[in-house]
Design a protein around this ligand. Sequence first.
Ligand code: SAH
Length: 391
Amino acid sequence: MTTIQLKPKREENILRFHPWIFSGAIAKITGNPQEGDIVRVVSANQEFLAIGHYQIGSIMVRILSFTDRPIDRTFWHERLKAAYDMRLALHLANSDTTNAYRLVHGEGDNLPGLVIDIYGDTAVVQAHSVGMHYAKYVIAELLVEIIPAVNNVYYKSEGTMPFKAPVKPVDGYLIGDKTETIALENGLKFHANWLDGQKTGFFVDQRDNRSLLEHYAHGRNVLNMFCYTGGFSFYAMRGGANLVHSVDSSAKAIELTNKNIELNFPGDPRHEAYAVDAFKFLEDIKDRYDLIILDPPAFAKHRDALRNALRGYTRLNALAFEQIRPGGILFTFSCSQAVSKEQFRLAVFTAAAQSGRSVRILHQLTQPVDHPVNIYHPEGEYLKGLVLYVE
Ligand code: SAH
């Protein structure tokens, strides 16, 4: 097996269980590893530190284990079972009202580079590293073995592999062939569509924040910007909103939103959906809405895009602050990992100041329990939200 030897004193991060090894920390590579291979990491004094997946780029090893052990079927079984047991303990995997949840959240589940979402009987597996791409078959077999409800496993990694990876994954079924399922989130139904949908098909990370929104929706005129499959919209409907307008630039998203509303509230005239660019739609909403959700896609995919992203958040939020009805509530989010909580708050603060409105913070939101943050890997915290009261 290839050995990666670190420079003197560069083992400190690993001793603190950080799961990545950057190229700058490496002194010597013995052997000729290919991307995706399992490699051993040792200190300058040849002491064993960790074992992980080799990759080419600024992160060169994603650590799978800090103990010296084979990465075999037993390893994968242990890690996937631990992830499932945690979701059972958190009353997600055994809930009567929710059967859509994230089973594996990368580093947060000690499986860097792997994401798995469950929609009832289906697991959707996403590899973000070549090592995880190679492990997909054993992972699929174990998923149906460990989770009684799952009998269908879809692999969806065409869009998630590192840009220069030497493999080009093809999306498809690893087990089963079911094309769609109707899943449940807090008793509300939605079509989970892993074939056509973005990412794994549905954003389960907003579950708790949607519940909170439901709590405030009664009697309000709700505008759900960047609605995608309409998650916030159907919660607002159940919460007793006066009207709910959903907006997304993608016509496909609007179609999915309409289907999901129809599934839960057939023929309900309170809902309308528009396939329009958000910035264009927000140009002239006047004071029609008193509950607005802004949940845009990640504006900063990389650190270099940070400044523009922060400007984007400010511009977007300013449009909402300027027009929301007095006494209105704004749910505003950023899912960019590169944008910190403080930076996002500053961007929203700037927007509030531009509007001159009185704005108070009611809630500070984050990702739910099935997207755990490994305490040794704070980079895993990506979802940030603020609920604001605007006078
Ligand atoms: N709030 C959603 C997730 C939003 S994902 C949920 O709860 O599931 C981001 C969405 O923004 C995508 O559906 C994408 O199509 C949409 N989008 C991206 N750019 C946009 C733009 N300029 N205007 C409107 N929608 C946009």
